[in-house]
Write a protein that binds this ligand. Sequence first.
Ligand code: FAD
Length: 493
Amino acid sequence: MLDGARRSRELSALSGSEPIDLLVVGGGITGAGVALDAASRGLRVVLVERRDLASGTSRWSSKLAHGGLRYIVAGQIGVAWESAVERNRLFRHIAPHLVQPMTFVIPAPPAVRTQERLLGRVGMGIADTLRAASRTPAVLPPTRWVGGEQMRTLLPMLQQRREAALHVDGALEDDARLVVAIARTAASYGATILTHCSARDLHATGGTIVDELTGETTDVDARCVVVAAGVWSGGLVADVPLQPSKGAHLLLRAESLDSPSCAFNIIVPGTRNRYVFAVPRPDGTVQVGLTDDAVDAIDDEPEVTLTDEKFLLGTLSSGLTREVTPADVVGRFAGLRPLLRSSDERNPADLSRRHALLDRDGVLVIVGGKLTTYRAMAEDTVDRVVQRLGCGGACATRTLPLVGAGRVADAASLPPRLVRRFGAEAAQVAACGPAEPVAVGLPMLKCEVGWALAGECAVTVDDVERRLRLDLVPAWRAAARGYIEEVVDGSVR
Ligand SMILES: Cc1cc2nc3c(=O)[nH]c(=O)nc-3n(C[C@H](O)[C@H](O)[C@H](O)COP(=O)(O)OP(=O)(O)OC[C@H]3O[C@@H](n4cnc5c(N)ncnc54)[C@H](O)[C@@H]3O)c2cc1C
């Protein structure tokens, strides 16, 4: 359990301590994954995050643990294979409670040539082959093709009545929740997880840690340093070949799309293979994405512009029987992909989704990649750390379950939201407070607030909002704020 008292204790213990084995900078999916991989190999690890766990890109993803269909289309079969293998591990061993199958209806583009149609089928065939070869369980069945009538039954709001592929992929309950589960699992193996602590002046054997809550600084000696700071890595070490790319999403009320039971893609008018997708979320919204635009400014919270919104709503409306408008939008979010710059090309579609492990004057930097493949990135990184240190065991994370994975005792007696989000820990969460909404009409429960503070490193009101994902919809945040402030101030606990 990670609470504020443990944070203070562990932070104080750092000053003047023996050198640790590994300092990890960044508490997104990559840093949390590295901390878990290293701690589970027996290394002494400290992870520092300048704000909160998953406060960067890792909470603004599309929340898909995907098999890399789009990489197949781009001819990057190696990247797709790695995705398929890691998706399988998430489903089977690592976090079966946090990943669910999601059917995508992918209509054939209008008026494509026979050759292109054949290529589409070949792509799906390769995706199915990778899925089968990675021994993914039967919850992800092979792609099926359906005709116009079945399309009408599945998604009455779709205009198109041509054939479509039903492609099943992995959808995460919540990207930020996955990060928190990884970090807590790392802590269970002895890692120190310090949020609201930023790193600066890094060098091969340590750096300075600033407690962002008090301003105090501590010098940390480490035998190895790994920077996993996503798009912010270039601010910590020189010469990181990144080209950030902004991706924007909208959240629509599910009723505005007749509460679809599956996800669907709509082709961007005038293109042959660019889609906007709509994915139903467990919180009663439908997530619509995605833009992909190279940017130079690295904002802490990138904005969804009017142009982004017009593009997403316009494309969606072009494929529906009625128009969706800004009045249907309840939330907007954007994130910056830490893409590797692979050539001089400024088109992000050509930038690699591969990851790279760099050595900058002895500091290791892990960049690129994606949420689905965080574990493989962590394994590569810690293999190098172990090689450098000459100690530490073999990688254990391929089948290592995260906290919450495993059988949920007495699931039927627990609120379904808790079972979905906390798995085997649901009963413990329920014991942290009333199982009633944090505000009228919201799905988030008061006991989740108590749990976030008692066990999940939440220190501030913002942190608690992030744990419950109130940060996704401004109206949710406003409705729950009073209650959360009271609890954080300690007046209700
Ligand atoms: C719009 C969008 C959609 C995506 N969808 C998917 C998807 O569906 N599936 C998928 O697999 N991938 C997806 N991705 C990719 C995936 O989200 C990212 O690759 C991944 O989240 C990057 O994680 P990270 O840990 O490297 O970076 P981040 O999550 O950004 O973490 C870096 C952390 O470092 C911290 N930090 C920075 N400076 C310091 C410092 N000085 N000291 C301490 N801490 C510091 C930051 O606060 C931050 O929390 C998507 C990306 C985007 C942008």
